[in-house]
Design a protein around this ligand. Sequence first.
Ligand SMILES: C[S@@+](CC[C@H](N)C(=O)[O-])C[C@H]1O[C@@H](n2cnc3c(N)ncnc32)[C@H](O)[C@@H]1O
Length: 266
Amino acid sequence: MGRSAGAWSQGGDIIPVAMENRLYKDLAHLWPLLDPPEEYTEEASFWRQALRGKLGAGRHKVLELGVGGGHLLSHLTGDVQATAVDISPQMLAHSKALNPDVEHHLGDMRSVRLGRKFQAVLIHDAISYLLTEEDLSATFATARAHLNPGGILVTVPDWFLETFSGTTVEYRTRIKDDMEFTYIQYSTDVDPADSTVETVFVYFIKKDDQLEVEVDRHVTGIFPLATWQDLLAKAGFEVETRPYPVYDDGGEGYLLVATLRGDQGV
Ligand SMILES: C[S@@+](CC[C@H](N)C(=O)[O-])C[C@H]1O[C@@H](n2cnc3c(N)ncnc32)[C@H](O)[C@@H]1O
């Protein structure tokens, strides 16, 4: 057997905090296998359409917050001049390797200030890691600080309260070189009264006649669509809610395309 997954706690939190968001820390090497860049082609077409539709032709300056491995961004770098931010050095390293022409910065989307403006701020699924309305508002203020009036914020939370379909389980096996990687992804809303959803991954990594099993917990936010629309409006944006029919399970999603009003911008 390979490395142990660590101890499970009894009572209280089911999985210790040390086992949270490992996909962006000690297990970041698994990210390109779990969700490879080529799987983002369809999603990227909706982002390209939003950028071109709102900003017109041209190689616009774009800031992506929570760029992760840069998988979505890799489909857009031909269209835009991109700058990227993430809170995880390991994920930034992935994105730098995939998107060598993009300027990368370590930072938290709730507070980062690069001191310059862009035509668009993009926040893909990383926005789902915001767990409170205060964090959403702080992040919208970050977007506002990096836009001029007429600039756009495009974002797509994994779930809205209205689109969460209950407990889901996904699994997949991928083979790369001499490694066979399998993951099981279990998502559930443990307490419907709070604004979070739990996702637990179990990773099975088979290599050199050894099997390593790892557990990784992710807590993400879930809010009603109206909360997103209200908070964006309060932050100075006019919001369009567009259908985002890209999910493998056929589940509903919305792309939020928010334009900074003329009296806004810092
Ligand atoms: C699912 S990954 C993003 C993957 C990305 N969409 C791609 O195409 O590769 C989520 C990312 O959000 C980042 N993240 C989470 N909270 C953040 C925060 N407050 N500020 C910046 N990045 C954050 C994580 O470090 C992680 O890299």
